[in-house]
Write a protein that binds this ligand. Sequence first.
Ligand code: PLP
Length: 415
Amino acid sequence: MSGPLTEVDPEVRAAVARERERQESTLGMIASENHVSPAVLEAQGTALTNKYAEGYPGERYYGGCEHVDEVERLAIDRAKELWGAEHVNVQPHSGTQANMAVYFAMLEPGDKILSLDLTHGGHLSHGHAVNFSGQLYEVEQYEVDPETGYLDYADLAATAREFDPDVIVSGSSAYPRAFEWETIQETAEGVGAYHLADMAHVTGLVAAGVHPSPVGIADFVTGSTHKTIRAGRGGIVLCDEEHADAIDSAVFPGGQGGPLMHNVAGKAVGFEEALEPEFADYARQVVDNAKTLAELFRERGLSLVSGGTDKHLLLVDLRESHPDTAGGDAESALEDVGIVLNKNTVPGETRSPFNPSGVRVGTPGVTTRGFGTDEMETVGGSIVDVLDAPDDDAVRERVGREVDRLCEAFPVYRN
Ligand SMILES: *Cc1c(COP(=O)(O)O)cnc(C)c1O
């Protein structure tokens, strides 16, 4: 019970070391991923994992909670300051469980959810058939305009009037544009529905003020804490005081047992870091980098859903520029040279979801490493070079060397 990991479990230790090396030696461009600071890592790997703390600070079902109470209060206070919310619950184990809490608080089984279609950028937890949300509730979906790639708010409103939902979910995993939160809130109010704004991907951009905030507009806001905000894996719910008790009971005991207090500690530390002025610089750079990449891709003939981006991600539709390369093929060819991103469905998808027509490219991770627009141009050029000649060994070798050089110049963790 007392040896270090190297002695107790060399297999796990070695796999962890290899994963860390993989992160150092490749460019992580999966839009939902990021690299947390050493301080967040340290907070997560603590004795807080031993502690049961069912309940909330000051009202726990277990003794010995005074120190974890302090940690959770810090996380809550910092979140309130970051997003300007009246009430915050920092206990959801994930973004999906944050959404679950809102559904449990406001809906009965059989009630109706209106949300963005998965292939148009939505999320499993917005009512997909394989997720609890699609099994417990009746779901209708809205889509983006196939011509422009932008949301069609008039169509959304018409669907809402026809379907008469109990909740309208906004927010997405792959929609490269900002949501008009006010417009959707008005639509929801017009049909007597709640509006849940799932800001999962843009949580950090909203905190930094570089993306429009749904807080104070939507009835409920949920988020992930490990995407553009670098606070470790987990979720949060934000709402007005009026819904505070309903949300808290829906998180615990409604959908979860004891909170993961080591993760709550990670959230507290990541939120503190995000309150520093440097975080706003980071978030601005994330968006600048994505726009730079979009510009370069357009110049090199790639087609982007909606033509560009307002945030940290791009969705490339390969059908026109590379009709023989599906998203999965592009993902593998790029991973071979150390650029890690993911295949993605595109609006009007014509291929299988297992090998769809697009790839999603995100800038949060490489921006954390210190990439500016110069590095983005280099990486963007390399991505198109590989897409244009996936079987050309000379191109692959050259891009592989470029990736090595960038990884060495911009380490994730300085050891
Ligand atoms: C990532 C994401 C979530 C949360 O995902 P988890 O993996 O459960 O943390 C929720 N909604 C959207 C739109 C997302 O992109």
